[in-house]
Design a protein around this ligand. Structure first.
Ligand code: ARG
Length: 461
C-alpha cells in the first residue's frame, strides 16, 4: 500500500489515478529547504511547550540537519509514492530519526499552515533576487543615459514625431517605471512579512504552541491575527504575480522599441553580437531575439496572473485543494524573470546608439511646431491663435517641401504679423530642448537632475 499521512480512517490507499492527480512533488520540491526550516522552528516550540524532551529535540534537530544536507546534495529526493514536499520530508525525517522521534513533529501543525508559510518564505527570497535583477536593467539604462546625456532624438506620440527629446530622457522614462516595480516588491514584502505557522488546518492549535516564536525563527516580523485567513488567503501570491507581470509588461514596452530601433528603417541602435541571433538560412540576418523573447514572455506572465486569480475567484474559506494550483504559475513567473532579466540587462548595456541619426531625425516631421506656438504664447498671443498660426506654418512648408526653419522672414510675416524673426531662437532642436525646463522636462539641466534623483532612489531601493 501507498504511504499516506492519514492511514487510520481508510481501509486502503488511494487509487493510482488519484495519486497521479494529487501529486505535487515535481513542482513543490523547490520548497524543501523552507519546509525543513519550518520543521526546525516547530520542533523548538513543541519543546518549549513541554511536548518534546531535550534529547528528543536534539535527535530531531540532528535528523533535520542531516535531511537538509541530503536534500541539498541530491542524496534525498521524493519517492514515486510521496504526495507532496511535506509527505516526502516526513518520510525522510522518520528514516533518519526513527518513527518514535520523527512521528512527533506533526503535532499541532497541518500542511495547510505549512504550505502557506513556506510559499511566503520562498517568494520573499525571490522578491529580493528579482528586485536585484530589475535594478541591473535600471543600471544599464542609467549608464546609457549618462553616455548619451545630451543626444537629441525624435520624441513620439502615436508613434508619430511629436517633439524633440533627449535620448537620456527617453531611456530614463523606462528606468523610472522599472524602479517602481522594485518599490512594489518592497511594499509587497511588508504585507508578506507575516507567518501563518501555528494556524493548523484552519482553527489554530490546542497544544500551547507559540506562533510568534515560530515567526521570529523564520524571519517574519509577526504571525497572522486570524488562523482562517492565514491558511486560506493567497492575496500575497496574487500580488506578487501582479508585480511580476507588471515588471514583464514594463520590460516589454522597451523591448518593442528596441525591436523597432534595430530595423533598417529606424537604424537607431545596433545590438551587440553577443545579444543578437542569426538565421539558419539568411546569412545576412541579425535578429533582436532577446527583445522579442522579452515581449513574448510578458504575455506568459500576464497569463500566470490571470490563471491564479481565476483559481482564487469564489473559493470558499478555509483551505481547499484548489490552492495547490497557486504554485506553478508563480514559480513560472519567477523562473521566467530570473532567466529573462539578465539577458535583457546585457542587451541594454551593450546597445550602440546611432547618435547622428537620432539627432538628425529629432527635428523632422515638423516636430518644432509646438515651439512656434509656445513662443507666440510667450509673446502674448492667445494659444488658440498661436496653434492656428503654427499649423499654417506646417501647411506652408508641407506644400513647398521645406522645413520650418527654411521659412524666410517674409514667409513668416505673411503667415502672421506675430511671427517676427525672434521665433528662430526656438526653431532649433537645442533651443526647443532648452526651453522645456520645467521640472520633469527634457531640458538638459532637468535631465541631469532627474538622473541624480533616479540614481539616489535606486541606491536606496
Ligand atoms: N500540497 C498542498 C498544497 O500545495 C498542501 C497540502 C494540503 N493538503 C490537504 N489535503 N489539506 O496546497
Amino acid at each position: 500500500d501507498r504511504v499516506s499521512l492519514w492511514g487510520g480512517r481508510f481501509a486502503g490507499g488511494p487509487a493510482d489515478a488519484l495519486a497521479a492527480l494529487s501529486k505535487s512533488t515535481h513542482f513543490d520540491w523547490r520548497l524543501a529547504p523552507y519546509d525543513i526550516a519550518g520543521s526546525r522552528a516547530h520542533a523548538r516550540v513543541l519543546h518549549r511547550a513541554g511536548l518534546l524532551d531535550d534529547s528528543t529535540l536534539e535527535g530531531m534537530l540532528d535528523a533535520l540537519a542531516r535531511l537538509l544536507a541530503d536534500v541539498e546534495s541530491g542524496a534525498f529526493v521524493p519517492a514515486e509514492d510521496d504526495e507532496d514536499v511535506h509527505t516526502a520530508l516526513e518520510r525522510g525525517l522518520i528514516e533518519r530519526a526513527g518513527a518514535d522521534v520523527g512521528g512527533r513533529l506533526r503535532a499541532g501543525r497541518s500542511r495547510n499552515d505549512q504550505i502557506a508559510t513556506l510559499f511566503r518564505m520562498y517568494l520573499r527570497d525571490h522578491a529580493r533576487s528579482v528586485a536585484t535583477l530589475v535594478l541591473d536593467v535600471v543600471d544599464a539604462l542609467v549608464h546609457q543615459s549618462q553616455r548619451h546625456l545630451t543626444v537629441p532624438m525624435p520624441g513620439r506620440t502615436h508613434l508619430q514625431h511629436a517633439q524633440p527629446v533627449l535620448l537620456s530622457h527617453h531611456l530614463l522614462a523606462h528606468a523610472w517605471a522599472l524602479l517602481r516595480d522594485v518599490q512594489r516588491l518592497q511594499d509587497w514584502d511588508a504585507r508578506a512579512n507575516v507567518s501563518p505557522y501555528g494556524s493548523g488546518a484552519l482553527a489554530g492549535s490546542s497544544l500551547g504552541l507559540d506562533p510568534e516564536a515560530v515567526a521570529a525563527d523564520l524571519g517574519f516580523a509577526t504571525s497572522v491575527e486570524n488562523s482562517i485567513d492565514g491558511t486560506a488567503s493567497r492575496d500575497f501570491v496574487a500580488e506578487f504575480a501582479f508585480v511580476a507581470a507588471m515588471t514583464a509588461v514594463d520590460v516589454s514596452r522597451l523591448a518593442e522599441e528596441v525591436v523597432l530601433w534595430a530595423t533598417k528603417e529606424f537604424s537607431f541602435v545596433t545590438l551587440d553580437d553577443a545579444y543578437s541571433t542569426g538565421s539558419s538560412i539568411m546569412p545576412q540576418k541579425k535578429n533582436p531575439d532577446v527583445a522579442e523573447l522579452a515581449r513574448g514572455k510578458a504575455g506568459r506572465l500576464v497569463g500566470d496572473l490571470a490563471g491564479l486569480l481565476t483559481t482564487l475567484k469564489s473559493l470558499p474559506l478555509a483551505y481547499n485543494r484548489d490552492l495547490q494550483e497557486d504554485k506553478e504559475p508563480v514559480f513560472d513567473a519567477v523562473d521566467t524573470l530570473e532567466v529573462l532579466l539578465p539577458a535583457f540587462a546585457g542587451m541594454v548595456a551593450t546597445m550602440e546608439f546611432n547618435t547622428h541619426r537620432l539627432a538628425s531625425l529629432a527635428p523632422q516631421g515638423f516636430s518644432l511646431a509646438t515651439d512656434i506656438a509656445e513662443w507666440l504664447v510667450r509673446e502674448g498671443v492667445p494659444f488658440r491663435v498661436a496653434h492656428e498660426v503654427a499649423g499654417a506654418c506646417v501647411r506652408a512648408c508641407e506644400q513647398r517641401g521645406i522645413e520650418l526653419w527654411d521659412l524666410t522672414d517674409d514667409d513668416l510675416t505673411a503667415i502672421s504679423p506675430h511671427l517676427t524673426p525672434g521665433v528662430r531662437e526656438v526653431l532649433s532642436v537645442e533651443g526647443s530642448l532648452a526651453s522645456r525646463s520645467s521640472k520633469g522636462g527634457t531640458a538638459p539641466d532637468r535631465v541631469r537632475e532627474q538622473l541624480a534623483a533616479l540614481t539616489g532612489a535606486a541606491a536606496t531601493a
